[in-house]
Design a protein around this ligand. Structure first.
Ligand code: PHE
Length: 456
């Protein structure tokens, strides 16, 4: 029943899948979210759990997701329908695709707001706004941006339009070109910043904060955050990687591919963390500042170094590109489904998805100013503003749940012979390890971590 090719096309070269998937994985999750979550969750113990989750759960789940996409050769919703039928299972498995599509739109909405901040910072840095500024001045600038709903919505709108303009053109013209040049450049810039951080006195403190583990700092909540973030950062559990897998040629070594993506993603996150915490400690800032962390630290480094305005502009521009290649993959699964299963054209589908995500995004932008007092709560379990609500709902619940269902489907529902052939892991030993991780370790791990807050 395998279809040779998806109607949306196929990646032009073997390595374009790696580039696109890395483009999806490396984004704000690495440069903005990982450092601030590490700060909020107390440092090294969180980093350790995150690394464990990436290795034991994230990477095996990524292989499972690509395998599903490559066999189904369609959008995640239709792929799951097809494969459930093939396995003689209930069509409710299609729910993985539907939940993923919803999660994608929700993530896209707040993601675009934060990416908008990065666009604004490219603009500000280019004008030399931070040159010679103190920590207080830099933080006031960010406060002023957040307090201004009009400006936030404007940058959010700009970013959303950028994202959709690529999704409209399909996978070839837009995505491949952007990723090929920009990702390596981003990596080089981060490396440069890391070298800069190494010359600062606080580098050792930053290293200790990220790697000297103190388990007393670890709560059930931060374990859930680490698990959720491992899905977020690798773009797993919502169909982005499944959708890209559908455009992947056969005969590519999956094991190598997923390990490459996982390692690149992790290295970028760790580099960003080390740079940001060095600046935090060098300037006596607060590591637990939350979402504002990156925007209050990096401009300070650029403020002090020679040629900082230029370097800073290029850097923020690259962050925008990294966010862009991720945002595209958030929209692609739903748009691909609409093209397959409705009469909408790609343009119409992208517009509808864009308008919905944009509207939700406006709500997220307002959560920082006009609606900062509007809280959503369930009993005394949580009380969150709209931005945090969408973030927590997707990262801590929908993505791990999607991952859990994917593990159960690939590990227990699909025909073993098919899974074995599709995974194409040449060493029997490797296949056994992967099977064990997908059948037992990942689902049990996800369940335990997700149920833990409810048991307390
Ligand atoms: N992985 C992206 C990042 O780290 C975000 C993302 C999540 C993209 C889920 C697609 C799907 O920024």
């Amino acid at each position: 029943m395998t279809t040779p090719q998806s109607i949306h096309g196929i990646w032009t070269a073997r390595w374009t899948f790696i580039l696109a998937a890395t483009g999806s994985a490396v984004g704000l999750g690495n440069i903005w979210k990982f450092p601030y979550m590490t700060g909020v969750n107390g440092g090294a113990a969180f980093v350790l759990v995150y690394l464990l989750c990436i290795t034991a759960i994230g990477i095996p789940v990524m292989l499972a997701e690509i395998l599903l996409g490559r066999r189904g050769r369609a959008s995640p919703i239709n792929t799951m329908h097809k494969l459930a039928e093939e396995a003689g299972a209930t069509k409710f498995w299609g729910g993985i695709g539907w939940m993923g599509a919803l999660a994608g739109m929700l993530i896209l909405s707040f993601y675009s707001v934060v990416a908008g901040w990065a666009v604004a910072y490219t603009w500000l840095t280019a004008q030399g706004a931070f040159t010679g500024e103190s920590a207080e001045q830099v933080s006031t600038t960010f406060g002023n941006l957040l307090a201004n709903p009009r400006e936030l919505v404007w940058w959010h709108t700009l970013f959303m339009a950028m994202t959709l303009s690529v999704v409209v053109h399909g996978i070839h013209k837009g995505l491949e070109r952007a990723v090929r040049i920009l990702m390596p450049l981003l990596f080089l810039m981060l490396l440069g910043l890391l070298v800069y951080a190494m010359t600062q006195d606080a580098f050792g403190q930053s290293l200790a904060f990220m790697f000297a583990v103190d388990f007393s700092k670890l709560s059930g909540d931060s374990i859930l955050s680490a698990l959720g973030h491992s899905f977020f950062t690798l773009s797993l559990g919502m169909g982005a990687i499944m959708a890209y897998g559908a455009y992947m040629a056969r005969g590519q070594n999956l094991a190598k591919t997923v390990v490459t993506i996982g390692v690149l993603d992790t290295v970028v996150a760790l580099m960003a963390g080390l740079v940001i915490f060095t600046i935090v400690f060098q300037n006596g800032l607060e590591p637990a500042a939350g979402p504002s962390l990156m925007f209050q630290t990096l401009p300070l480094a650029f403020a002090k170094m020679p040629g900082g305005a230029l370097i800073g502009t290029v850097f923020f521009l690259l962050v925008v590109f990294a966010a862009w290649t991720s945002a595209i993959s958030l929209g692609e699964p739903v748009v691909a489904w609409a093209v397959e299963s409705t009469r909408l054209t790609r343009l119409q589908a992208a517009l509808i998805v864009g308008v919905i995500a944009w509207t939700l995004g406006v709500g997220c932008a307002l959560a920082f100013n006009l609606w900062s007092d509007v809280k959503f709560s369930v009993g005394n379990l949580f009380s969150l503003n709209f931005f945090d609500l969408l973030d927590k709902l997707t990262t801590n619940i929908m993505l791990p749940l999607g991952g859990l269902l994917i593990c159960i489907f690939v590990g227990w529902v699909m025909d073993r012979a098919i899974v074995r052939a599709e995974a194409d892991l040449h060493h029997p030993q490797l296949y056994r390890v992967w099977s064990f991780l997908v059948q037992i370790v990942a689902p049990v791990g996800i369940l335990v971590v997700m149920l833990n807050p409810l048991l307390q």
